[in-house]
Design a protein around this ligand. Structure first.
Ligand code: HEM
Length: 194
């Protein structure tokens, strides 16, 4: 439960930051939205987040490209066997559905057939979906509101490492390095008060 609820959201936040650091235009667009919604407050309030539509799209796209729980386990029916993609699937067998491969299969994209299953599906689908999405959106909105993010000297957007490391969740193989610059004057005032 702890892994299901924490590692998934944290990993998604890290992938999202890696993606927007490697796509500076997207960083600008999503940050502008966050800052225009929040205005001059010292931090993002939870009720600001539903107004951030572009942020939601970026979170969704991150989950499409980098679903943290990539293998979805299912047991086939006790009595019915079948064929799938040329393979014989016996009855009463544990199979793993590769959510990541299905979501990014370019031969299916454009035909509107690509499944989107970062939270699994059906009765066994993730019960923490709404909470997971809300947590990532809230954390990312605050990080984008309070700070400007830059790559360290010598690193370029094209070179941000996107190699995956398979474990309980699929995380970034190389840690993300970024320079953090406090943004708003209201934020600085807030920090000095602590
Ligand atoms: C970005 C965040 C999250 C992602 C991508 C995610 C993804 C998933 C996936 C793919 C499954 C397997 C679903 C299936 O078999 O069809 C799952 C199961 C589960 N998740 Fe999440 N999850 C997230 C956040 C959370 C949170 C915040 C909680 C709880 C607070 C949570 C609790 C669970 C539990 C208990 C299961 C097992 C359900 C079962 O086996 O019946 N998840 N999650």
């Amino acid at each position: 439960m702890f892994v299901a609820g924490t590692d998934t959201s944290i990993t998604t936040s890290e992938w999202m930051m890696a993606e927007i650091l490697s796509h500076p235009n997207e960083m600008k667009k999503v940050q502008q939205e966050v800052r225009s919604v929040v205005g001059n407050k010292s931090k993002v309030d939870p009720e600001d987040v539903p107004k951030m539509e572009y942020l939601r799209c970026v979170v969704k796209e991150t989950l499409r490209l980098h679903p943290p729980a990539v293998f979805i386990p299912r047991r086939t029916r006790a009595t019915a066997s079948g064929k799938l993609g040329g393979y014989d699937i016996p009855c009463n067998t544990e199979v793993l559905i590769n959510a990541g491969k299905n979501q990014t299969n370019s031969s299916q994209r454009g035909l509107r057939k690509t499944p989107y299953i970062p939270f699994g599906m059906g009765r066994r689908g993730c019960p923490g979906m709404s909470f997971g999405v809300a947590s990532v959106e809230y954390v990312m909105a605050n990080l984008l509101y309070c700070f400007d993010w830059k790559l360290p000297a010598g690193e370029t957007p094209e070179k941000v490492g996107m190699t995956e490391l398979y474990g309980l969740v699929v995380s970034k193989k190389t840690p993300l390095h970024a320079l953090v610059i406090p943004h708003s004057s209201s934020y600085r005032n807030h920090m000095y008060q602590i």
